[in-house]
Design a protein around this ligand. Structure first.
Ligand SMILES: [Zn+2]
Length: 301
Protein backbone atom coordinates (compact mmCIF):
# COMPACT_ATOMS: atom_id res chain seq x y z
CA UNK A 1 0.00 0.00 0.00
CA UNK A 2 1.25 3.48 -0.86
CA UNK A 3 -0.10 6.63 0.74
CA UNK A 4 0.09 9.98 -1.00
CA UNK A 5 -0.61 13.28 0.75
CA UNK A 6 -1.12 16.60 -1.01
CA UNK A 7 -0.72 19.60 1.25
CA UNK A 8 -2.64 22.50 -0.25
CA UNK A 9 -3.32 26.04 0.88
CA UNK A 10 -6.89 25.19 1.89
CA UNK A 11 -7.05 21.40 2.18
CA UNK A 12 -4.86 18.40 2.87
CA UNK A 13 -5.84 15.36 0.86
CA UNK A 14 -4.67 11.80 1.34
CA UNK A 15 -5.08 8.74 -0.84
CA UNK A 16 -4.16 5.09 -0.35
CA UNK A 17 -3.16 3.29 -3.54
CA UNK A 18 -2.67 -0.43 -4.02
CA UNK A 19 0.62 -1.51 -5.49
CA UNK A 20 -1.10 -1.62 -8.88
CA UNK A 21 -2.20 2.00 -8.55
CA UNK A 22 -5.85 1.35 -7.66
CA UNK A 23 -7.37 3.78 -5.17
CA UNK A 24 -8.53 2.19 -1.90
CA UNK A 25 -9.35 5.25 0.21
CA UNK A 26 -9.36 9.02 -0.04
CA UNK A 27 -9.77 11.58 2.75
CA UNK A 28 -9.75 15.40 2.77
CA UNK A 29 -9.30 17.65 5.78
CA UNK A 30 -8.95 21.44 6.04
CA UNK A 31 -5.38 22.76 6.18
CA UNK A 32 -4.47 24.27 9.58
CA UNK A 33 -3.41 27.52 7.92
CA UNK A 34 -0.45 29.24 9.57
CA UNK A 35 0.24 26.49 12.13
CA UNK A 36 3.19 24.17 11.42
CA UNK A 37 2.69 21.81 14.39
CA UNK A 38 -1.00 21.42 13.60
CA UNK A 39 -0.14 20.75 9.94
CA UNK A 40 2.24 17.96 11.00
CA UNK A 41 -0.45 16.55 13.33
CA UNK A 42 -3.10 16.72 10.59
CA UNK A 43 -0.85 14.79 8.18
CA UNK A 44 -0.11 12.22 10.90
CA UNK A 45 -3.83 11.77 11.64
CA UNK A 46 -4.60 11.43 7.93
CA UNK A 47 -2.00 8.67 7.53
CA UNK A 48 -3.47 6.91 10.61
CA UNK A 49 -7.01 7.04 9.21
CA UNK A 50 -5.95 5.82 5.76
CA UNK A 51 -4.05 2.90 7.31
CA UNK A 52 -7.02 1.97 9.50
CA UNK A 53 -9.26 1.92 6.41
CA UNK A 54 -6.78 -0.13 4.38
CA UNK A 55 -3.66 -1.71 5.87
CA UNK A 56 -0.75 -0.57 8.04
CA UNK A 57 2.90 0.13 7.22
CA UNK A 58 2.31 1.95 3.96
CA UNK A 59 4.96 4.06 2.29
CA UNK A 60 4.25 7.80 2.50
CA UNK A 61 4.91 10.42 -0.16
CA UNK A 62 4.03 14.08 0.34
CA UNK A 63 3.42 16.79 -2.25
CA UNK A 64 3.85 20.34 -1.02
CA UNK A 65 3.39 23.74 -2.65
CA UNK A 66 7.13 24.34 -2.47
CA UNK A 67 10.31 22.27 -2.39
CA UNK A 68 12.93 20.94 -0.02
CA UNK A 69 16.02 23.02 -0.73
CA UNK A 70 18.94 20.83 -1.83
CA UNK A 71 21.21 23.44 -0.20
CA UNK A 72 19.66 23.56 3.30
CA UNK A 73 17.30 20.57 3.62
CA UNK A 74 14.52 22.98 4.56
CA UNK A 75 11.30 23.91 2.78
CA UNK A 76 11.51 26.91 0.45
CA UNK A 77 9.22 28.60 -2.07
CA UNK A 78 6.00 27.55 -0.34
CA UNK A 79 2.92 29.70 -0.64
CA UNK A 80 1.89 27.80 2.49
CA UNK A 81 4.44 30.12 4.06
CA UNK A 82 4.33 28.50 7.50
CA UNK A 83 6.22 25.52 6.02
CA UNK A 84 9.16 27.69 4.89
CA UNK A 85 12.39 27.03 6.78
CA UNK A 86 11.06 23.79 8.30
CA UNK A 87 12.61 20.34 7.95
CA UNK A 88 9.28 18.88 6.92
CA UNK A 89 10.57 15.55 5.61
CA UNK A 90 12.59 14.84 8.75
CA UNK A 91 9.84 16.01 11.12
CA UNK A 92 7.28 13.79 9.40
CA UNK A 93 9.67 10.84 9.34
CA UNK A 94 10.07 11.20 13.12
CA UNK A 95 6.32 11.53 13.63
CA UNK A 96 5.38 8.59 11.41
CA UNK A 97 8.30 6.33 12.31
CA UNK A 98 9.32 5.71 8.72
CA UNK A 99 11.11 7.56 5.93
CA UNK A 100 8.93 9.90 3.90
CA UNK A 101 9.56 11.46 0.50
CA UNK A 102 8.59 15.06 -0.10
CA UNK A 103 8.32 16.63 -3.55
CA UNK A 104 6.81 19.68 -5.18
CA UNK A 105 3.04 19.28 -5.65
CA UNK A 106 3.09 20.39 -9.29
CA UNK A 107 5.86 17.88 -10.01
CA UNK A 108 3.70 15.15 -8.39
CA UNK A 109 0.68 16.27 -10.41
CA UNK A 110 2.59 16.40 -13.71
CA UNK A 111 4.17 12.99 -13.11
CA UNK A 112 0.80 11.42 -12.39
CA UNK A 113 -0.89 12.93 -15.43
CA UNK A 114 2.02 11.95 -17.70
CA UNK A 115 2.05 8.38 -16.34
CA UNK A 116 -1.61 7.36 -16.62
CA UNK A 117 -3.57 10.58 -16.95
CA UNK A 118 -4.47 13.12 -19.60
CA UNK A 119 -0.94 13.31 -21.05
CA UNK A 120 -0.21 9.58 -20.91
CA UNK A 121 2.69 8.60 -23.12
CA UNK A 122 3.55 12.13 -24.29
CA UNK A 123 7.23 13.06 -24.43
CA UNK A 124 7.30 16.52 -22.79
CA UNK A 125 4.56 17.53 -20.37
CA UNK A 126 4.14 20.77 -18.43
CA UNK A 127 1.78 20.32 -15.48
CA UNK A 128 0.24 23.45 -13.99
CA UNK A 129 -1.54 23.92 -10.68
CA UNK A 130 -4.00 26.81 -10.73
CA UNK A 131 -5.28 26.91 -7.18
CA UNK A 132 -4.57 28.89 -4.02
CA UNK A 133 -1.15 29.30 -5.60
CA UNK A 134 0.27 28.72 -9.06
CA UNK A 135 2.94 26.11 -9.66
CA UNK A 136 4.37 24.14 -12.52
CA UNK A 137 6.19 20.87 -13.04
CA UNK A 138 7.99 19.38 -16.02
CA UNK A 139 8.00 15.71 -16.98
CA UNK A 140 10.27 14.45 -19.76
CA UNK A 141 9.79 10.90 -21.06
CA UNK A 142 7.81 10.04 -17.92
CA UNK A 143 10.37 11.31 -15.41
CA UNK A 144 9.99 14.53 -13.41
CA UNK A 145 12.69 17.10 -14.06
CA UNK A 146 13.85 18.19 -10.60
CA UNK A 147 16.61 20.60 -11.56
CA UNK A 148 19.77 21.77 -9.82
CA UNK A 149 17.83 24.05 -7.43
CA UNK A 150 14.65 21.93 -7.23
CA UNK A 151 12.70 24.69 -9.00
CA UNK A 152 12.27 23.34 -12.55
CA UNK A 153 8.92 24.50 -13.93
CA UNK A 154 8.31 27.08 -11.17
CA UNK A 155 7.05 29.81 -13.42
CA UNK A 156 4.44 31.19 -11.03
CA UNK A 157 6.88 33.76 -9.68
CA UNK A 158 8.04 35.00 -13.04
CA UNK A 159 6.41 38.27 -14.06
CA UNK A 160 3.28 38.12 -16.19
CA UNK A 161 4.71 38.31 -19.72
CA UNK A 162 3.73 40.96 -22.30
CA UNK A 163 1.99 43.01 -19.59
CA UNK A 164 -0.48 45.70 -20.49
CA UNK A 165 -0.08 49.12 -18.92
CA UNK A 166 -2.75 48.52 -16.27
CA UNK A 167 -1.04 45.25 -15.28
CA UNK A 168 2.16 47.02 -14.22
CA UNK A 169 3.62 46.82 -11.61
CA UNK A 170 0.89 44.33 -10.61
CA UNK A 171 -0.28 43.08 -7.21
CA UNK A 172 2.21 42.45 -4.40
CA UNK A 173 3.11 38.76 -4.05
CA UNK A 174 4.01 36.89 -0.84
CA UNK A 175 7.46 36.31 -2.38
CA UNK A 176 8.16 40.04 -2.10
CA UNK A 177 7.88 40.92 -5.78
CA UNK A 178 5.08 42.53 -7.73
CA UNK A 179 3.18 41.25 -10.73
CA UNK A 180 4.07 37.56 -10.38
CA UNK A 181 2.02 35.23 -12.59
CA UNK A 182 0.60 33.75 -9.37
CA UNK A 183 -0.90 37.09 -8.34
CA UNK A 184 -3.00 37.05 -11.54
CA UNK A 185 -3.72 33.36 -12.13
CA UNK A 186 -4.34 31.93 -8.65
CA UNK A 187 -7.91 31.69 -7.31
CA UNK A 188 -7.33 34.61 -4.89
CA UNK A 189 -5.70 36.50 -7.80
CA UNK A 190 -8.77 36.09 -9.98
CA UNK A 191 -11.03 37.15 -7.11
CA UNK A 192 -8.88 40.23 -6.40
CA UNK A 193 -8.87 41.22 -10.07
CA UNK A 194 -12.67 40.96 -10.14
CA UNK A 195 -13.17 43.21 -7.12
CA UNK A 196 -10.48 45.66 -8.30
CA UNK A 197 -12.44 46.04 -11.56
CA UNK A 198 -15.55 47.02 -9.64
CA UNK A 199 -17.04 43.57 -9.10
CA UNK A 200 -18.22 42.04 -5.87
CA UNK A 201 -15.75 40.71 -3.33
CA UNK A 202 -16.45 37.03 -4.02
CA UNK A 203 -14.36 33.86 -4.48
CA UNK A 204 -13.15 32.79 -7.94
CA UNK A 205 -15.70 29.96 -8.12
CA UNK A 206 -18.51 32.52 -7.74
CA UNK A 207 -17.08 34.70 -10.49
CA UNK A 208 -17.05 31.65 -12.79
CA UNK A 209 -20.65 30.81 -11.85
CA UNK A 210 -21.82 34.38 -12.52
CA UNK A 211 -20.05 34.44 -15.89
CA UNK A 212 -21.92 31.26 -16.79
CA UNK A 213 -25.18 33.08 -16.02
CA UNK A 214 -24.27 35.90 -18.38
CA UNK A 215 -23.07 38.48 -15.81
CA UNK A 216 -21.11 41.03 -17.90
CA UNK A 217 -18.60 42.01 -15.22
CA UNK A 218 -17.79 38.38 -14.36
CA UNK A 219 -17.48 37.60 -18.07
CA UNK A 220 -14.98 40.45 -18.48
CA UNK A 221 -12.96 39.11 -15.52
CA UNK A 222 -12.82 35.65 -17.07
CA UNK A 223 -11.75 37.09 -20.42
CA UNK A 224 -8.89 38.95 -18.73
CA UNK A 225 -7.97 35.71 -16.93
CA UNK A 226 -7.94 33.72 -20.19
CA UNK A 227 -5.74 36.25 -21.94
CA UNK A 228 -3.28 36.28 -19.04
CA UNK A 229 -3.18 32.48 -18.90
CA UNK A 230 -2.56 32.39 -22.66
CA UNK A 231 0.38 34.80 -22.35
CA UNK A 232 1.83 33.00 -19.31
CA UNK A 233 1.64 29.61 -21.07
CA UNK A 234 2.93 30.97 -24.40
CA UNK A 235 6.06 31.99 -22.54
CA UNK A 236 6.52 28.39 -21.37
CA UNK A 237 5.84 26.97 -24.83
CA UNK A 238 8.54 29.23 -26.29
CA UNK A 239 11.11 27.77 -23.87
CA UNK A 240 10.05 24.17 -23.26
CA UNK A 241 7.94 23.40 -26.35
CA UNK A 242 5.88 20.72 -24.58
CA UNK A 243 3.58 18.22 -26.30
CA UNK A 244 0.91 18.95 -23.72
CA UNK A 245 0.11 21.31 -20.90
CA UNK A 246 -2.18 19.77 -18.27
CA UNK A 247 -4.11 22.01 -15.90
CA UNK A 248 -4.84 21.04 -12.30
CA UNK A 249 -6.04 22.80 -9.16
CA UNK A 250 -9.45 24.30 -8.53
CA UNK A 251 -9.40 26.67 -11.51
CA UNK A 252 -8.76 23.78 -13.92
CA UNK A 253 -12.50 23.09 -13.54
CA UNK A 254 -13.26 26.14 -15.72
CA UNK A 255 -14.17 24.16 -18.83
CA UNK A 256 -14.03 27.10 -21.26
CA UNK A 257 -10.26 27.54 -20.71
CA UNK A 258 -9.49 24.48 -22.86
CA UNK A 259 -11.08 26.00 -25.94
CA UNK A 260 -10.41 29.70 -25.36
CA UNK A 261 -6.78 29.74 -24.26
CA UNK A 262 -5.39 27.82 -27.30
CA UNK A 263 -7.31 30.26 -29.54
CA UNK A 264 -5.46 33.11 -27.86
CA UNK A 265 -1.95 31.79 -27.21
CA UNK A 266 -0.74 31.54 -30.81
CA UNK A 267 -0.48 35.36 -30.83
CA UNK A 268 2.55 35.02 -28.51
CA UNK A 269 3.97 31.60 -29.47
CA UNK A 270 6.93 31.89 -31.83
CA UNK A 271 5.77 29.28 -34.33
CA UNK A 272 3.77 29.08 -37.54
CA UNK A 273 1.64 26.28 -36.06
CA UNK A 274 1.04 25.26 -32.45
CA UNK A 275 0.84 21.50 -31.86
CA UNK A 276 0.86 21.79 -28.05
CA UNK A 277 -2.41 20.59 -26.49
CA UNK A 278 -4.02 22.19 -23.46
CA UNK A 279 -5.62 19.37 -21.47
CA UNK A 280 -7.82 19.04 -18.45
CA UNK A 281 -6.38 16.64 -15.89
CA UNK A 282 -7.78 13.13 -15.76
CA UNK A 283 -7.39 12.43 -12.07
CA UNK A 284 -9.59 15.25 -10.85
CA UNK A 285 -8.64 18.55 -9.32
CA UNK A 286 -6.59 16.72 -6.71
CA UNK A 287 -4.48 14.52 -9.00
CA UNK A 288 -1.33 15.46 -7.08
CA UNK A 289 -2.05 12.89 -4.37
CA UNK A 290 -1.56 10.05 -6.85
CA UNK A 291 1.80 11.43 -7.88
CA UNK A 292 2.75 11.85 -4.21
CA UNK A 293 1.90 8.19 -3.53
CA UNK A 294 4.06 7.23 -6.51
CA UNK A 295 7.13 8.94 -5.03
CA UNK A 296 7.77 5.45 -3.68
CA UNK A 297 7.80 2.46 -6.04
CA UNK A 298 5.41 -0.41 -5.25
CA UNK A 299 7.04 -2.70 -2.64
CA UNK A 300 7.12 -5.65 -5.03
CA UNK A 301 8.51 -3.66 -7.95
ZN1 LIG B 1 5.80 35.93 -6.35
Amino acid sequence: MRIGIDVGGSKIEGVALTNRGKERARIRVPTPVGDYSATLAAIGALVDRLERETEPAASVGIGIPGAISPATGMVKNANATWLIGRTLDRDLAALLGRPVRVANDADCFATSEAADGAARGLAIVFGVILGTGVGGGIVVQGAPLAGANAIAGEWGHNPLPWPEDDERPGPLCYCGKRGCIETFLSGPGLALDHSAAGGQNIPASEVVRLAGEGDARAEATLQRYEKRLARALAHVVNILDPNAIVLGGGLSNIQRLYARVPQLWSAWIFSDHVATCLLRNRHGDSGGVRGAACLWPPPDA
